[in-house]
Design a protein around this ligand. Sequence first.
Ligand code: GLN
Length: 197
Amino acid sequence: MTRTDPVVGVLALQGDVREHLLALAGLGVTARPVRRASELNALDGIVIPGGESTTICRLLDVFELRAPLAARLADGLPAFGSCAGMIVLAREILDGRADQLPLRAIDIVVRRNAFGRQIDSFETDLDLEGVAGGPIRAVFIRAPWVERVGPAVQVLARVGEHPVAVRQESVLATSFHPEVAGDDRLHALFLSVIASS
Ligand code: GLN
């Protein structure tokens, strides 16, 4: 059954939660911050925001959200991670903290702070596969890149040879922050992923 009023959660442990909530609300869906396991039940999708992935990974354990969230993701809950959120959703993290465990919801290996040695933060215009209307303004802030993708992963955009936007079925992840650029097309793409899942 297709629902017209999806409820989308934003993991609200740390990071730019408010920006994602505003982008989603602007598209007319119910958007809710999520801090407790019980709040996962009603969701049709979840956003993992940008911020600091080591902190978010640690707080997943402190708030006892890791197991219930991993279970919902394994069950097919659509997810969208931006920047730190991409790292949190990955299968494997390179240059993470030794004790930093990802959720393994998408078959990618990410390198944390990958652009860091060259340039800390930058903006660029990116064409994204499946996103019409011209290039997206992409803001990269101490961003990861994707170093390896599994066979089921579709690369939507690259910077140089490195994937920076990827999708595997109902999981979407970007190295950059669509939530800070005032362009809601990535959030709209996520809503279409939710609608078709
Ligand atoms: N470098 C951060 C991390 O490792 C991500 C930065 C961001 O989300 N802007 O989590």
